[in-house]
Ligand binder design. Structure first.
Ligand SMILES: [Zn+2]
Ligand SMILES: [Zn+2]
Length: 196
């Protein structure tokens, strides 16, 4: 039996998760040829996307490019310390920029119902998107902007890392109208939602 390699967790930040506006997004890795990256800075260069037809990402990988990862610049500022008369002084700083390879994550919006899985298949076959687990990483929570790895709550409307997220998606899928003005009433409604 082949030993299953442990999946890694993608470093993430929980940015802008809004429970009050539930939306389901599937986190995937999106390929971009590194030669095209300069598009971000305004210096357009034709990358493998334009050089090849069809599954360009496979040809990009064959060329030795790494389209599913991006180099993030991490600044390190270190003080230069000198001693004078037994006292220590910072006389300047050295700056180094470390290049850290991180996976290119993106979120594909999905309706709460599972029949919209077709969009994911399209992204996979026509644009080379891959699920994190296909690249050795944990799949992530399906609440918009939440990238928590290994979400533990399984519902018919997706996988979530918290009960609150799962309940809000469920309420949305069932077209429930939640109380806006009376917090106690709203909480009662939320408590009563059964996650299935
Ligand atoms: Zn390439
Ligand atoms: Zn989550």
């Amino acid at each position: 039996m082949v030993a299953k390699k442990d999946l890694e967790e993608i470093p993430w930040e929980r940015m802008g998760v809004k429970l009050s506006t539930p939306a389901r997004t599937i986190k995937m890795l999106r390929p971009v040829c590194p030669e095209t990256i300069s598009l971000d800075t305004g210096n357009a260069a034709p990358g493998c996307e334009t050089k090849f037809t069809g599954a360009w990402w496979l040809k990009c990988i064959a060329k030795g490019h790494n389209p599913y990862f991006q180099a993030m610049e991490v600044q390190h500022k270190l003080p230069v310390i000198e001693e004078k008369d037994g006292r220590k002084f910072i006389v300047g700083y050295t700056e180094e920029v470390e290049l850290v390879e991180t996976p290119r994550t993106t979120q594909v919006p999905l309706g709460p119902r599972f029949n919209s899985g077709q969009l994911l298949e399209e992204k996979k076959f026509f644009h080379g998107y891959r699920y994190p687990h296909e690249m050795g990483f944990h799949d992530m929570c399906e609440f918009r902007n939440c990238y928590q790895a290994e979400p533990g709550i399984k519902t018919r409307y997706g996988l979530y890392c918290s009960e609150d997220e799962a309940k809000m998606i469920t309420a949305d899928a069932r077209h429930m109208v939640l109380e806006v003005f009376i917090p106690e009433k709203r909480q009662e409604q939320i408590d009563a939602i059964n996650i299935v």
